[in-house]
Design a protein around this ligand. Sequence first.
Ligand code: HEC
Ligand code: HEC
Ligand code: HEC
Ligand code: HEC
Length: 503
Amino acid sequence: MSSKRKPILNWILFFATIIAVFLLGLLASSITERRAEEVTSNKPMVKLDEWEPRNDVWGKNYPTEYESYMLNNESDFATKYNGNAMIDMLELDPRLVVLWAGYGFSKDYNQGRGHTYAIEDLRNSLRTGGPTGSDDGPMPSTCWTCKSPDVPRVMNEDGVEEFYTGKWSRLGAEIVNPIGCADCHNNETMDLQISRPALVEAYERMGKDINEATHQEMRSLVCAQCHVEYYFDKKRPGAEGSAYLTLPWDKGMSVENMEEYYDAINFKDWTHKLSKAPMLKAQHPGYEVYLTGIHAERGVSCADCHMPYMSEGGKKYTDHHIQSPLNNVENSCMVCHKEKTDQLIRDVYDNQDRTIENRDKLEELIVRAHVEAKTAWDLGANEDQMKDILMDIRHAQWRWDYAAASHGGSFHSPVETGRVIATGITTAQEGRIKLARLLMELGYEGEVPYPDISTKAKAQEFIGLPMDKLNSDKQKFLKNLAPQWDKEAKERESKIPVVYTNN
Ligand code: HEC
Ligand code: HEC
Ligand code: HEC
Ligand code: HEC
């Protein structure tokens, strides 16, 4: 084929093409350079050990995420029922003191705040008592499990069963860094990973492999390492003598499924001080309740709302300030919803108000049941007469606690939360009908009076707690043993080198 164009035009085309290719080449190389720049600025500054528990060391490599993580220290944001401020729940609702009589929570219970406070709050809580050495105090070492990235480190060093053995104070100098990077991330790839054996084991017993979880599921499962119901198994075959952290999911995750699990093994967390009922303490079945809600149903993960994407100077990153999403509705909700901030907040409050109205009613009914049962015992009731009644009290309170302790549950899954509370009300009333009959048989006339528990102090006095002693033991611990733990930990950590890489 011969060109019909003039040769001069061909030459012009030829040179134009060369210039165009040259310019394109320049552009491409400048893009490559820019990308390289970014890689360099993201290049690891330190080598992260597999078990590195120190959040600030990870922070050297990932300063943006670390900065947002440090915002968990904030404690000045309050919503209608939640937020990051310290709230004394027993002061706010003294009925709780009676519901938990005979159990640690009646001494002290504050609403959860930011992850960075996990160690401090556990040490300060009256529930962990005032240990004076490594083998006294009311709590087992297992209590540390959901508080720190030192946990996987010590489990790796000592073994899981050994970790769950002995007193809480045994590990005081080892568990010092609050919840952080190594709890959720692989040190080399930064992929999300499960660091707690209880969740992996629960999956195995359900015939599932957690390694097959999707990326979106992992964005909730990292939270399900801690925000779940659990108990301490003291009879685990081969691990007797330890308080082995176990998730009671073998029969399913609903309030009935877990109740059936506990009933079948005759498990109780404690015996109620007034009613003598064999009680269950729901821990915080946040993940289980979330799973029954519309957002989980539509594939929305915990991280979607509590760790939204942010952008700063054109860089997109995951917000590591894990808090009430109502502090950041724009990033947390408006990715999917078109309503205004005010409307979305109102939706959340409406769900909460409706739930809490019935929850408060249920609390009052169970307080009455405990007090009436005590009256029956005092009048000479026998075990046989009380057996069914005590089981009703156990089941009613379990349902109340399952709903109340699933923090955020009245938003995460309002219908299920309402249903659970409704079954609690029915069960409590059935128990109280039996109690009314029994009290009549025992010759009691009229209504058993509702105690004056209008303040936390009055309620604690009513159940006979020696608050002065508990407080002074705690102060001694904070003055003597706790600083010693910090000193030992500082010495130990100062010997672990931070290895800087050249880049
Ligand atoms: C290693 C255990 C652990 C993991 C993993 C964990 N949490 Fe927590 N979380 C806690 C503890 C413990 C607290 C209470 C800390 C305190 O009050 O001192 C808490 C508190 C919270 C709070 C209350 C914060 C506030 O400002 O009131 C929210 C919200 C929360 N977690 C959400 C999540 C989400 C979402 C995930 C997963 C992305 C997650 N958590 C993973 C243990 C954990
Ligand atoms: C409670 C779990 C949790 C903790 C604790 C945590 N992260 Fe993350 N991190 C996440 C989740 C969820 C993502 C989103 C990952 C995804 O979807 O792939 C993420 C993403 C990241 C990413 C990827 C880039 C980005 O911003 O999306 C980096 C880097 C990171 N985290 C660093 C850290 C550092 C540093 C710490 C400790 C200061 C930390 N993380 C603590 C859960 C956690
Ligand atoms: C990743 C997407 C996504 C995010 C983020 C998200 N939602 Fe939703 N939301 C949905 C979907 C999907 C539904 C179900 C609607 C349907 O299928 O008709 C829903 C339903 C709802 C409903 C009605 C159901 C109910 O439970 O009352 C409310 C209210 C709601 N969302 C509020 C919020 C708020 C508040 C936030 C932020 C804290 C939020 N959503 C974040 C996707 C999202
Ligand atoms: C659709 C968005 C959404 C999803 C998904 C979601 N949450 Fe929430 N969460 C909220 C909202 C809204 C609240 C209520 C905040 C308030 O009252 O201030 C809340 C409350 C909480 C609280 C109590 C907060 C506080 O300040 O004390 C915790 C803890 C929590 N969620 C954990 C989780 C965990 C764990 C998951 C996953 C299993 C999860 N959330 C999934 C939106 C969400």
